[in-house]
Every structure is written in structure tokens, then in C-alpha cells.
Design a protein around this ligand. Structure first.
Ligand code: GLN
Length: 390
């Protein structure tokens, strides 16, 4: 038999998705892979039911159905403070996963360098391998997850083609401040670098923090490739609807890459999701309130149990410090946690480039009763976890 590709030989399966399988095996409350267990908004579901009987069963335009792009451009123009052209500046993709892949493939050649902040969402590593680019990791330093501007500039001195900016950040819950974004913008300009954003948590930000779209910073529109999705905003992670917004020069290329990668996102789902894109601002305010309440419920519970944790400024992930348990492997810790405590978590090491072993990631995009169930189980964590012989 011929050998399989060298390029993909280093791939491990996704730790996040593996932890969902392990949680299911032990009947654990699965707080590993970040997706809600509550329903999407009813108007979207009602529209989906109608759409099945309408004429949306064949391919949409490869870069997105016209009315989806129009609704999206209208919403994002309002938020990003510039008029976005639905025809020339938007591509609809199969989730932001494809959006990021198409963006990276559109701007890099094999051997090009890409700056990635660590900790990072695990797909970015695979994205760079698939596109042949080489990541340069820049640490976000716990516990505040700030970066050292000199270290960042050293990375820029290697003349990367792009920097990946996940804001609000998965897994550390950081919302980059305007000052931090300005440092990145100045360096991107000085070293002539693209900035590829992952802004899927743009609507999940906790007061007093505010989300700033990188593309809206002075002079940054031309060099920013904004990637996001509807998954988190409308609780439809399984619909795989994402998008890229950028200047028309970049989008021309992203359209072609996307066309050959996937042809297009599911037409009936795009049509149904237009209902969500046309929601007014109340919807986003309520979403924020709902997640703020969930965050507080979960953090209060963890404080009662007395486990050290991060306080997210955005997104819906918490890193718990598990050093008191003395495990040498956070992967084994998470397996034992699912088996003996009945809660699914993701080992922090899968997000860090640095040899970090003291965190596990939990998320709280769940019904309050699910969160309370998880907290009840976690209450006895010190009694239930087997001794650290691993
Ligand atoms: N973004 C989510 C997470 O980090 C889901 C990842 C996935 O499996 N696509 O858990």
C-alpha cells in the first residue's frame, strides 16, 4: 500500500470532540465541546419548517444566498460601522471552521509564517498544517492573559503573512482591549501583515467589557479578514453557517477557495437563518443577559466549591486550575473526571503551545438545570477523584 500524506501524519483527533465521546461513554454532564443544550430561537425554527416546503433544495450561489448575504451585510454594517457590500465583501461558508481555512489558504503559501496567540482554539494548528503555513506562537500570559508587546514584535520581525486573532478568546475568555488591539494594528501595518479574526463570540461579552471589531480600527479594513459564524449567536452549531467579510480584493480570492473546498453552505439552512440575522438589537441584549446570568451562576458554584478559575470577559469558557490534585497529565485528569465525577471537560494542554498542565476547560452554554447538575457533581470532586498516581 502507498503511504498516507506526510502533511497530515501529525494530526491527532480533535481533543475537544474526543472529550464529547468520552463524556457520552460515562454518562457525564458534557461541558467539554462548546455547544448549547437549549433550543435556538423559535422564529428561526418556525422558518426552517416552512423552508422545507419551499424551493431551497438545490445549491445556493456558491458564495452565499443573496438574501442571506444582504441580511448579514446589513447587520454587520451596523455593528462594524462601515457599509459592507453583500455582493463583493461577503462569503458564506460551512461554519467559521471553513471560513478560517479559506482565509488562511487565500493569503498564505506553503512555508509562510502565521502568528497564533497561545492558548488558542485547536483548529488553528490544523489549519496551518493543512495550508502548509508555519505557526509562530506568542503567549497570552496567565492569569490575565495579556501579551508582551516586545515578544509580539519579535514574532512580527519574522515577517509573518498573517496573525490570527480570536476575540473574544476561546479558551481563556479574554476580550482584547482597544489598547492591545492598537498595538497589534500598528505592528500589522509596520510589517505589512494580514489579520485573520475569529469573532464567533462577538455577541457574548460581559459588562464592562466591549467587543471591538478589528476591521473597524483606523486603517485596518484592507488588511483584516473577519471570520465569524451564526453557531453561537443563534445556538445553531449544527447548521454550520459561517462567513468571511473582507475587502473585495481578498473576497475575490476567498470566493474561489471556498467554491473548491465546499461549493456552498446548506441552502435551506441559510434561508431559515435569515430570520435570525434580521432580529433587532433586543435579541443581542437578551443573549448577553442570558449568558451573563449563566456565567454568574456557574462561577458562584465554583467559588462555593473553592476551585480556582478564570473569570471570562467574553465567550463561555472557564479554565479551572487543577494543580491542587497533583495529576501529571490533564488528559488523564479529564478522563477520570468524566468517569468518577461525571463531568466532561477539555484538558487545557490542548490549547497551549507551552507545556501547560494545570488547567481544564469547562463551558456554560447549557440550561441552568444542566449547570446545577454539573455543580452538584463537582461539589464532591475532592472525594471522588482517584489519587494522582498518573
Ligand atoms: N468552538 C467549540 C469549542 O471550542 C466547538 C468546537 C467544535 O467542535 N467545533 O468547544
Amino acid at each position: 500500500m502507498p503511504g498516507l500524506s506526510k502533511r497530515t501524519s501529525e494530526f491527532t483527533d480533535s481533543v475537544i470532540r474526543r472529550m464529547t465521546r468520552i463524556s457520552n461513554k460515562y454518562g457525564a454532564v458534557n461541558l467539554s465541546q462548546g455547544f448549547p443544550d437549549f433550543d435556538p430561537p423559535l422564529p428561526i425554527l418556525n422558518r426552517l419548517a416552512e423552508v422545507t416546503k419551499e424551493d431551497f433544495h438545490q445549491y445556493s450561489i456558491t458564495w452565499g444566498a443573496q438574501n442571506f448575504r444582504e441580511a448579514l451585510a446589513e447587520k454587520q454594517s451596523r455593528l462594524m460601522g462601515r457599509s459592507i457590500d453583500p455582493n463583493g465583501e461577503v462569503v458564506v461558508t460551512c461554519g467559521s471552521t471553513e471560513a478560517m481555512m479559506a482565509a488562511i489558504m487565500s493569503v498564505t503559501d506553503p512555508g509562510d509564517k502565521v502568528i497564533v496567540f497561545s492558548p488558542f482554539y485547536e483548529n488553528y494548528g490544523a489549519d496551518t498544517i493543512l495550508s502548509g503555513a508555519e505557526p509562530i506562537y506568542v503567549p497570552l500570559i496567565p492569569p490575565a492573559f495579556g501579551f508582551d508587546a516586545d515578544v509580539l514584535e519579535q514574532a512580527f520581525r519574522q515577517h509573518p503573512k498573517a496573525l490570527i486573532l480570536c476575540n473574544p478568546s476561546n479558551p481563556c475568555g479574554k476580550v482584547f482591549t482597544p489598547e492591545e488591539l492598537k498595538i497589534i494594528a500598528d505592528l500589522a501595518e509596520k510589517y505589512d501583515t494580514f489579520v485573520i479574526t475569529d469573532e464567533v463570540y462577538e455577541h457574548i461579552v460581559y459588562a464592562p467589557h466591549k467587543h471591538t471589531y478589528f476591521a473597524s480600527l483606523p486603517g485596518m479594513w484592507e488588511r483584516t479578514i473577519s471570520c465569524s459564524s451564526l453557531s453561537k449567536t443563534y445556538s445553531i452549531t449544527g447548521w454550520r453557517l459561517g462567513y468571511v467579510i473582507a475587502s473585495s480584493d481578498v473576497i475575490d480570492r476567498v470566493k474561489k477557495v471556498h467554491d473548491f473546498l465546499t461549493v456552498g453552505a446548506a441552502a435551506p439552512l441559510q434561508e431559515a437563518a435569515v430570520t435570525g440575522l434580521r432580529f433587532n438589537d433586543d435579541y443581542y441584549r437578551e443573549l448577553q443577559q442570558k449568558y451573563t446570568q449563566k456565567r454568574d451562576l456557574f462561577l458562584d458554584g465554583l467559588d462555593r466549591i473553592g476551585i480556582q478559575h478564570t473569570v471570562p470577559q467574553g465567550a463561555y469558557y472557564i479554565l479551572l486550575d487543577i494543580s491542587e490534585f497533583g495529576y501529571s497529565s490533564d488528559v488523564v485528569f479529564c478522563e477520570k473526571l468524566a468517569e468518577y465525577v461525571g463531568v466532561g471537560a477539555v484538558p487545557g494542554s490542548s490549547f497551549f503551545k507551552e507545556p501547560e498542565n494545570r488547567y481544564i476547560r469547562l463551558h456554560y452554554a447549557k440550561k441552568n438545570e444542566t449547570l446545577e447538575n454539573a455543580l452538584n457533581r463537582l461539589e464532591d470532586i475532592r472525594k471522588k477523584m482517584p489519587p494522582a498516581i498518573y
